[in-house]
Design a protein around this ligand. Structure first.
Ligand code: GLN
Length: 331
């Protein structure tokens, strides 16, 4: 690179901003305590690859992300992306909900500039801390023209993932982020190596624009298991949900006592979205249940938490179940 890129690192908290009482605390520590400027300063190698400045937007565990914070983050990223003196963005983020934030940004940002979400599984104080290298790699990706136009990316553990696909699969290991179809590429020794491209529309190719969205309709997720009852569904209806993601067993199957509940939910105007709790695969329309008859919709391969994000965005555009189904299959 002849000229160093300008990258803004937005701090939101998480373990990458965490600190433990001792170096052997790899999994027990306080997250979201180290300011973003201190996290950047701890990796002086970064100044050789980019001009970086930090901006602290939140200092939270990512489990505490809500729609309001998601919108605030998205709007700030969008604002920065419009500045000619900003070439790329890195967001330091707790890993628990990275996949939701990354999918949301992937669907709503209107820019080709690289946006990279990064976290760590061990705090900076731990033996084998992974945050410094992850941050270095994230800045590298955010500075690179090769990463432009590929949607919002998640960089962790030497891998570059699409924000659409990536999901956290292990509660404590460094090797926790996986995409069902593999990462888009690697970052090794300061080099980006891409092998795949996202097939689904993202960022500039979608109908969702963060600048135009000021609130998200309430969408809840009802987890299913043996002996499941209607209690959660009723509570979500009472709370004012506009859609319920039925986090179903297997292929989004519905227990016999829940079938009439979902019919009732739909008759009250809420959308019913069948998803799978298995962690992978697509839910087949009219497979386990007659979706045509009940006017329910199915997820494609989005896990329930990603389906919640997409459904909420879809409901800002339409409340027609056929349109919603098309959107779930498109993105
Ligand atoms: N590894 C992590 O980042 C987890 C810490 C915290 N629960 C969070 O998601 O922010």
């Amino acid at each position: 690179q002849d000229k160093k890129a300008n990258v803004v690192v937005i701090g939101t908290g998480g373990t990458i901003a965490g600190a433990g009482a001792s170096s052997v605390n790899t999994a027990a520590y306080q997250s979201a305590v180290v300011p973003v400027d201190k996290i950047i300063a701890a990796v002086p190698e970064i100044s050789k690859i980019a001009n970086v400045r930090g901006e602290q937007i939140f200092q939270i565990g990512s489990e505490s992300f809500n729609d309001e914070r998601l919108l605030k983050l998205g709007k700030r990223v969008s604002e920065l992306l419009k500045q000619s003196d900003v070439d790329g963005i890195v967001i330091t983020h707790g890993t628990d909900t990275i996949e939701e934030t990354a999918y949301f940004l992937n669907l709503t940002l209107k820019s080709d500039k690289p946006v990279v979400v990064v976290g760590s599984m061990r705090p900076g104080t731990a033996l084998g801390a992974d945050g410094a290298l992850n941050l270095y790699d994230a800045v590298l990706v955010a500075s690179s023209k090769d990463a432009a136009g590929k949607g919002t990316l998640v960089v962790m553990n030497d891998e570059i993932h699409s924000g659409r696909d990536v999901t956290k699969t292990n509660s404590f290991k460094v090797e926790t982020f996986r995409s069902p179809y593999g990462p888009l590429g690697y970052v090794v020794e300061g080099k980006l190596m891409f092998y795949r491209l996202p097939a689904r529309p993202h960022t500039t190719q979608t109908e969702f624009d963060i600048d135009q969205i000021n609130s998200l309709p309430r969408v809840d997720i009802a987890y299913n298991y043996g002996n499941v009852s209607r209690a959660a569904y009723d509570a979500f209806v009472t709370a004012g949900a506009k859609a319920i993601i039925h986090d179903g067993t297997g292929n989004g199957s519905v227990a016999e006592q829940i079938v009439p509940v979902l019919q009732e939910v739909r008759s009250k105007g809420l959308q019913v979205v069948r998803a799978t709790r298995t962690g992978s695969g697509v839910v087949i329309r009219n497979g386990e249940q007659n979706d045509d008859k009940f006017d329910w919709v199915v997820t494609d391969d989005q896990n329930p938490q990603k389906a919640r994000i997409l459904t909420a965005l879809a409901l800002t555009k339409t409340n027609d179940s056929k349109e919603l189904q098309k959107i779930l299959w498109k993105y």
